[in-house]
Ligand binder design. Structure first.
Ligand code: NI
Length: 179
């Protein structure tokens, strides 16, 4: 078990377009996923992408499957490991919602995301994942997959009147967590 350092905004490794995974069910891939999970859980994150720990591969994990103190009102998202994901928006409806990011600690912003999406990809064994989701689940997937194309959520903020420090925007919320 290894909790890895999470890169912060400003590190150029967060701006790369990640490489696709080509070898499945390998020791190296399973080790990467274990490190991602350990790191995400230690930080109470809702998701984590391989580039956030400096690994240039198209791998994301998200979901807790249980209560997350950083997102006390969020619906449960099943814990998922996704390699080489592809997102297809279903319809043209967008939804605004607050986001934070472990690579942008201490801040929150309102970000537009597709309300309903289909996402496909491969699990660590190379088996297909294919889901149609909406709302918070769709938001988390879009946020994590953005990390694979070098996008951090502040790059998606449209109204900077709705971007700021968590402790100022939401006094008293989740004071134990960093973001
Ligand atoms: Ni993030």
């Amino acid at each position: 078990m290894t909790v890895r350092e999470i890169l912060k905004m400003g590190d150029p490794r967060l701006l790369r377009v990640a490489q696709p995974v080509t070898g499945f069910d390998s020791d190296a891939l399973h080790l990467l996923i274990t490190d991602l999970l350990d790191t995400m859980v230690a930080a109470n994150g809702a998701g984590l992408a391989a580039p956030q720990i400096g690994v240039d591969l198209q791998v994301v994990i998200f979901g807790s499957g249980e209560f997350n103190p950083r997102y006390p009102d969020a619906p449960v998202v099943p814990r998922t490991v996704l390699c080489n994901p592809v997102i297809t928006p279903l319809g043209d409806e967008e939804q605004l919602g607050w986001e934070g990011c472990l690579s942008v600690p201490g801040l929150r912003g309102v970000v537009p995301r597709w309300q309903r999406i289909r996402y496909t990809g491969l699990d660590p064994y190379g088996d297909a994942v294919d889901r149609t989701v909406d709302g918070f689940h769709a938001r988390v997937v879009q946020h994590e997959c953005d990390h694979l194309i070098g996008k951090l959520y502040p790059m998606r903020v449209r109204d900077f009147a709705q971007f700021g420090y968590t402790e100022v925007l939401f006094p008293g919320l989740d004071a134990s967590a960093d973001d």
